[in-house]
Design a protein around this ligand. Structure first.
Ligand code: SF4
Length: 473
C-alpha cells in the first residue's frame, strides 16, 4: 500500500474504474470520458488518465491524483477526438507510480493502441517472463502492459482476434477497454469477476465499469458485457465475439456489498436494493431488541434501512461523515489510523444518549474501525451497542484486483464470533451468513465469494497472493 494514504475506514480497497466512448460522428469524447471518470472516482483515487483518438493518432494525458486534479479545461481542450478511453486507478499490482497509471499506450503493428484495465491477471508474472524471453521490453510493472504485449504479438489476426487470443491466454479478472485509431474493444474475463457494461449516447457507444457512469453522461443502458465476451465498436457498429471455453458468471460479490455505487445496476442486480435485502435478511438471521438502528456511512446505510424495515425499529442517523476528508491526510500508522476515524466520523450525541443502538456495517476487515465506533457510541451515552454486519466474515485474501490485508490481520480469520467480538467490544456481534448473502443476491450461485470462503473461481499463481492459496472452483 502507498504509505501516504489512509485506508477507507477498514474496508477492502477498491480496484480501478474504466470508461470508453466511441463515436463515428464528431463528439468531444474526452469531455464525455472526463464526466464518466468522475462518476467512477470511488473505484480509484490514486491516478487518472484519458487517451483520445482523432482517427489518425492517439493522445494521452494522465497524472497522479483525483480526476479533478489531473484534468483542467485547458488539458481537455488539447485532447480532441471522437473516441476516448479513461481510467481511474488504485494500485493493487505494480508500484504506485505515474508510469503505472493508465491508459497505457504503445505503438504496435496494429497501429497505436491504448488500454484501460480493471482487475488482476494471476498468471501475469509467468507471461511476462515468457515475453521477456522473446525479447520484449517492459516499461512498467503493471499487468496491463502484459495484455498489451500479448495483443501486439498477435497483430496478424487483426485487433478483435488479437484481443481474443490474449483473453484466452490470461487468467484472472479483467474488464478491459482498448482504443485503436478507428475502433474500440471491450472485454470481460471468462468469469465476469469485474463488471463492464455498454451504453448508448446518441450515435456513440459507451463502455463503463458501472452503470452510474452512463447515468452521469446521459447515456442509455444497453446491456452488460457477458463473461468471456469481446465487444467491438467500429465504423460498422457494435458486434461481439465469444470463443472462450468454460465461461461462467462469477461476479465479485463485494461489488454489491461495498465497491459499487448504490445507484449502479450490475448484471441486472440493483446494488441499492440488494444492500437493503441483505439488511432484511440480517435481521432475520441476527435479531436483537433495540431502540434505534443506524448505518455506518455511507455503505452501511442501505443495509441498515433494510434491517430497520424488517425489524420495525426506527432508523436514526448516529454518525456523520466529514465529506471533505480526502485519503491522503496522514501517514497510516496504527495509532493515526484509529484517530482518522474521529476525523472522518462524528457521533450525533442526542440521537444515541440513553438508547440501545444496533449499528450496521456492510463489511468488517480488520475490526479496528468497528472497535473505535463502538467506543464512540458508548462515550456518547448509548446504553448498548450491537454490531451487525451485512456480509459474512472476510477471512481470506482476494487475488483478483482487491487489496486485502494479510490473512492474520483479517478479524474474520479468527473464525469464532465470540473471539471477534472480544476485539470489537460490542454487546453482541452478528454477521450475515453465506446463504443469506446469496439469497440477497438473488439466490443463484453466480458470484465469487473467495474472500469469505477461500474458494475462488480461478486458481491463483503461487507467489502473487499474500497468504495461503485457495481452491479452484
Ligand atoms: S475474493 Fe472477494 S473481493 Fe475478491 S473477487 Fe472474490 S468476492 Fe470479490
Amino acid at each position: 500500500m502507498n504509505n501516504n494514504r489512509v485506508p477507507e475506514l477498514d474496508k477492502l480497497e477498491e480496484e480501478c474504474g474504466v470508461f470508453g466512448c466511441f463515436s463515428n460522428s464528431p463528439i468531444d469524447a474526452s469531455v464525455v470520458t472526463y464526466y464518466g471518470l468522475y462518476s467512477l472516482q470511488h473505484r480509484g483515487q490514486e491516478s487518472a488518465g484519458i487517451a483520445v483518438s482523432n482517427g489518425e493518432r492517439i493522445m494521452v494525458h494522465k497524472g497522479m491524483g483525483l480526476v479533478s486534479e489531473v484534468f483542467s479545461k485547458e488539458k481537455l481542450d488539447v485532447l480532441k477526438g471522437s473516441s476516448a478511453i479513461g481510467h481511474v486507478r488504485y494500485s493493487t499490482t505494480g508500484d504506485s507510480d505515474i508510469k503505472n497509471s493508465q491508459p497505457l499506450d504503445a505503438e504496435t503493428k496494429l497501429g497505436p493502441l491504448s488500454i484501460s484495465h480493471n482487475g488482476n491477471i494471476v498468471n501475469a508474472d509467468v507471461l511476462r517472463d515468457l515475453l521477456e524471453d522473446t525479447g520484449r521490453l517492459f516499461q512498467t510493472s503493471s499487468d496491463s502492459e502484459v495484455i498489451l504485449n500479448l495483443i501486439a504479438r498477435a497483430y496478424k489476426k487483426g485487433l478483435p482476434e488479437a484481443v481474443s487470443d490474449a483473453a484466452n491466454t490470461i487468467q484472472g479478472s479483467y474488464a478491459i477497454i482498448i482504443l485503436s485509431k478507428d475502433s474500440m474493444v471491450g472485454a470481460r474475463d471468462r468469469n465476469g469477476i469485474r463488471p463492464l457494461c455498454i451504453g448508448r449516447l446518441g450515435d456513440a457507444w459507451v463502455f463503463a465499469s458501472e452503470s452510474c457512469a452512463l447515468d452521469t453522461i446521459g447515456a442509455e443502458f444497453v446491456r452488460d458485457v457477458k463473461p468471456g465476451e469481446i465487444v467491438i465498436a467500429d465504423k460498422d457498429g457494435l458486434r461481439s465475439i465469444n470463443n472462450m471455453e468454460r465461461t461462467s458468471c462469477q461476479t465479485c460479490s463485494f461489488e454489491y456489498i461495498y465497491f459499487a455505487r448504490p445507484d449502479s445496476v450490475i448484471d441486472e442486480i440493483d446494488v441499492y436494493e440488494m444492500r437493503c435485502r441483505s439488511g432484511e435478511r440480517l435481521y432475520e438471521e441476527c435479531p436483537v431488541e433495540a431502540d434505534i438502528i443506524s448505518g455506518v456511512p455511507n455503505s452501511g446505510i442501505p443495509a441498515a434501512v433494510g434491517y430497520s424495515k424488517k425489524s420495525g425499529i426506527p432508523y436514526e442517523m448516529t454518525l456523520i461523515k466529514n465529506k471533505y476528508v480526502g485519503r491522503t491526510f496522514i501517514t497510516p500508522s496504527q495509532e493515526l489510523r484509529e484517530k482518522a476515524v474521529n476525523v472522518k466520523l462524528n457521533v450525533m450525541k442526542n440521537s444515541v444518549k440513553g438508547k440501545r443502538v444496533v449499528l450496521i456495517d456492510d463489511s468488517v476487515v480488520r475490526g479496528t474501525t468497528s472497535r473505535k465506533l463502538v467506543e464512540m457510541l458508548r462515550a456518547a451515552g448509548a446504553t448498548e451497542v450491537h454490531l451487525r454486519v451485512a456480509s459474512p466474515p472476510v477471512a481470506y485474501p482476494c487475488y483478483f484486483g482487491i487489496d486485502t490485508p494479510y490473512r492474520n490481520e483479517l478479524i474474520g480469520s479468527e473464525g469464532d464470533i465470540e473471539a471477534m467480538n472480544k476485539t470489537i467490544g460490542a454487546d453482541s456481534l452478528g454477521y450475515l451468513s453465506r446463504e443469506g448473502l446469496l439469497a440477497s443476491l438473488g439466490g443463484e450461485e453466480n458470484f465469487c465469494m473467495g474472500c469469505f470462503t477461500g474458494v475462488y473461481p480461478v486458481a491463483a499463481q503461487i507467489g502473487r497472493g499474500k497468504d495461503v492459496m485457495g481452491e479452484q472452483k
